[in-house]
Design a protein around this ligand. Sequence first.
Ligand code: SF4
Ligand code: SF4
Length: 365
Amino acid sequence: MSISKVCIDTLLNLRKTPHKPRHFTYITTYRCNSRCRMCGIWKGSEPQAFKRELKLEDIKKIFNNPFFSDISFISLGGGEPFLREDIDEIVEVITKSCPELNSITIPTNGLTPRTSMKVQRILEKIESGINLSIGVSIDGIGETHNYGRGKEDAFERGIKLIGELKELEHTYGNLKVGFGSMILPWNVDSLPDLVKLSSEMNLPKPQFWMPLILDSFFKNEEQEPELKFSDEQFRKAMGFLKGYDYRKDFYAFYAENMSRIRSGKTRIIPCFWGYHFLFIDPYGDVYPCSYACKEEYLLGNLLTDDPSDIWFSQKAENIRKTIGKSRACSLCQVNCKFFENITINILPYARYKLYNSRHQLRGKA
Ligand code: SF4
Ligand code: SF4
């Protein structure tokens, strides 16, 4: 084995040890008031499941624990998180329990009444040093968005919400408003228009991600035929991502990864879910990652177990090893925590950069 290989492996192994998490995703509810073509999350929120969602009192008890003392970044997701009437109190409780916290993101489909009012209530409860990012889902202009979301006024309502939140930005300097877009077979021609829309609305550039087809979390296996990209659609999507100048060329690296997976190769982006990041579902169940929320990956439940005991247990260690080597991981297309993952282990990105610069030099020679 070469010295450089030993160094690389050592570095990787050093990093691949479980830490007190820096980040968690907590799905506050699987309920959703939309029935989008690309998603079946709401299938996990049948009436009896809804009754099991963590109550505010449970959330207080769970997060008031030193295990969460290193958390700097939180994603609160759904379903549609703003269906929880107590979303402001949930955020307040969590922020008080995480002394290092500097950033919270909450996505929304933009279809829930009084969302801007709920955002304002959150802002009144958190310290001004904590940034709150609200990402409204907009996957296309007008009809293109409405088609995917299955509602004829979804685009109009999303844009209206963005306008209301932009107004709040004048009062609350820690509010950041933007939109995120899923790349779908039916919107590949709209992607440049979405970037243009963000500029016209004076918003940050949108984040883009490819859909995942999963029997866990998204529960969208039945929708697979609609979500399959033709070669032409995929080529257009990757062409767009390769030229997307947001956060340097990280999206080009992401596109490179997607293209590899489509051609039968494996993922090159490192993943530290289960090591630095954890996932909590609406019922307090803990999993190493959002996309491994299946019985075989269940680490424990926060209503009955201490989070440190769950996270540092032998069971968790065994599951981490399985998940890291699983076929699902090697083919996983998710870009979630993409940037954080690269900063924890920069080597695959550095290799990509080196390869590209050599390629360019050869082209010039
Ligand atoms: S994509 Fe979002 S808004 Fe649409 S059904 Fe899934 S959770 Fe609901
Ligand atoms: S590679 Fe994908 S499925 Fe595997 S742990 Fe990471 S995010 Fe989860």
